[in-house]
Write a protein that binds this ligand. Structure first.
Ligand code: NAD
Ligand code: TDX
Length: 364
């Protein structure tokens, strides 16, 4: 993957901690940021849970301003030490338990990392910001999700920043809890926070448990493609590099205390998305165990509490900060399928025994 099209900025250098930088979106963000702002110091803090992958960041190990620290965001003394030692001025907070199906199987880890972890980071950063006499350029950017707004009916308007919160899964409830803490830290203490709530991301380095990589990999392995329920649920797909540029826009030009919704303007029914992936694989994969791949589509038991539709209104981000998504879902999916075809060495080792055990539980 290359981000060389981005040119370095002339702005003052930042010193960032990126939490969850070994996960899907965090790693894409770190690659994006190190290429665009090579003089910025970037410290990834990641616990390397099942979803974290050190290999995804291996290309950055020779980058002079990059550092990787394995650690838990709930570990206050580690977070304090890192913030002070590196004189951090910016936290970009991706670290989370992120998979809805896992939150149904075991919600405890979601409350711990998403709520307690975010609280720990906020407290540590607040102390550091106060000790420095509240520098105005400091930022705590919190990455959140559209799922906090609940589920839409087919004719409802898309979620905006003023849509009331109505989380439906343990995952989205824990993300909502973290969002409320971030909001309160700005409102009560004046902390320089910003927040983004985005729709479903897709692209390189996406862990196999999520819909798009799961379908790509199962097509390549000739395994059934499990579509939940009637397949009519709708998601609004955002290419991960467009999400990175949105966070960049918010860090550069966003107003402190504000939330910005980020969406790709690409609402697609799950079953249609699976058909699009099958078509792309039929066209691009030299060998497939089952062709056409559509023969593998299998309707399975629905996810409990499955949200019907998400759609994001990104007008605020577009009008106030000048951000626009760069790819259509057709272009982004083609690039993603090509990436999974070219990077079997990345995804194959992730299909571990532990992953197979998880898979059997969800798809039993
Ligand atoms: P991911 O599951 O791929 O990665 C999460 C990363 O966080 C992993 O590297 C993991 O090791 C790390 N982590 C987990 N617990 C940790 C802890 N206690 N301490 C330190 N590190 C820990 O997640 P993702 O899909 O990249 O999502 C990143 C963020 O974006 C999350 O906050 C998620 O809620 C949000 N989000 C994701 C999507 C999406 O479509 N993937 C959409 C909207 C919002
Ligand atoms: O095997 C599957 N079959 C299926 O039909 C899987 C894994 C999913 N689905 C459906 C469920 C959803 O309607 O596909 C849709 C997308 O599922 P996921 O990839 O699990 O994503 P979702 O539950 O929508 O949540 C994602 O977007 C919002 C991320 O995982 C969250 O972290 C983010 O906040």
């Amino acid at each position: 993957m290359t981000f060389s099209e981005n040119s370095p900025s002339s702005k003052q250098e930042r010193r960032l901690i990126v939490t969850g930088g070994a996960g899907f979106i965090g790693a894409n963000f770190v690659h994006y940021w190190c290429a665009k702002y090579p003089n910025d110091r970037v410290i990834v803090l990641d616990a390397l849970t099942y979803a974290g992958n050190r290999q995804t960041l291996a290309l950055l190990d020779t980058h002079p301003n990059f550092r990787f620290v394995k650690g838990d965001i709930c570990d206050r003394s580690l977070v304090d030490a890192l913030i002070q030692e590196e004189a951090v001025d910016t936290i970009v907070h991706f670290a989370a338990e992120s998979h809805v199906d896992r939150s149904i199987l075991g919600p405890g880890a979601f409350v711990q990392t998403n709520v307690v972890g975010t609280f720990t980071l906020l407290e540590a950063f607040r102390q550091h910001w106060l000790a420095g006499d509240r520098p105005s350029h400091y930022r705590f950017h919190h990455v959140s999700t559209d799922e906090v707004y609940g589920s839409l009916g087919s004719d409802d308007p898309a979620f905006s920043e003023t849509t009331p919160y109505a989380p439906n899964s343990p995952y989205s409830a824990s993300k909502a809890g973290s969002d409320h803490l971030v909001r309160a830290y700005h409102h009560t203490y004046g902390m320089p926070t910003t927040m983004t709530n985005c729709s479903n991301n897709y692209g390189p380095y996406h862990f196999p448990e999520k819909l798009i990589p799961l379908m790509c990999i199962n097509i390549l392995l000739g395994k059934p493609l499990p579509v939940y329920g009637d397949g009519q649920n709708i998601r609004d797909w955002l290419y991960v590099k467009d999400h990175c540029s949105a966070i960049d826009a918010v860090l550069e030009r966003g107003v402190i205390g504000e939330t910005y919704n980020v969406g790709g303007n690409n609402e697609v029914k799950n079953i249609d998305l699976v058909h699009m992936l099958c078509e792309l694989m039929n066209e691009l994969a030299p060998k497939l165990p089952v062709r056409p791949a559509q023969e593998l589509i299998t309707f399975v038991k629905d996810r409990p509490g499955h949200d019907r539709r998400y759609a994001i209104n990104s007008t605020k981000l577009q009008n106030e900060l000048g951000w626009t998504p760069s790819v259509t879902v057709q272009e982004g999916l083609r690039q993603t399928v090509e990436w999974y075809l070219e990077n079997e060495a990345w995804w194959r080792p992730l299909l571990s025994e532990e992953y197979q055990a998880y898979y059997s539980k969800v798809y039993a």
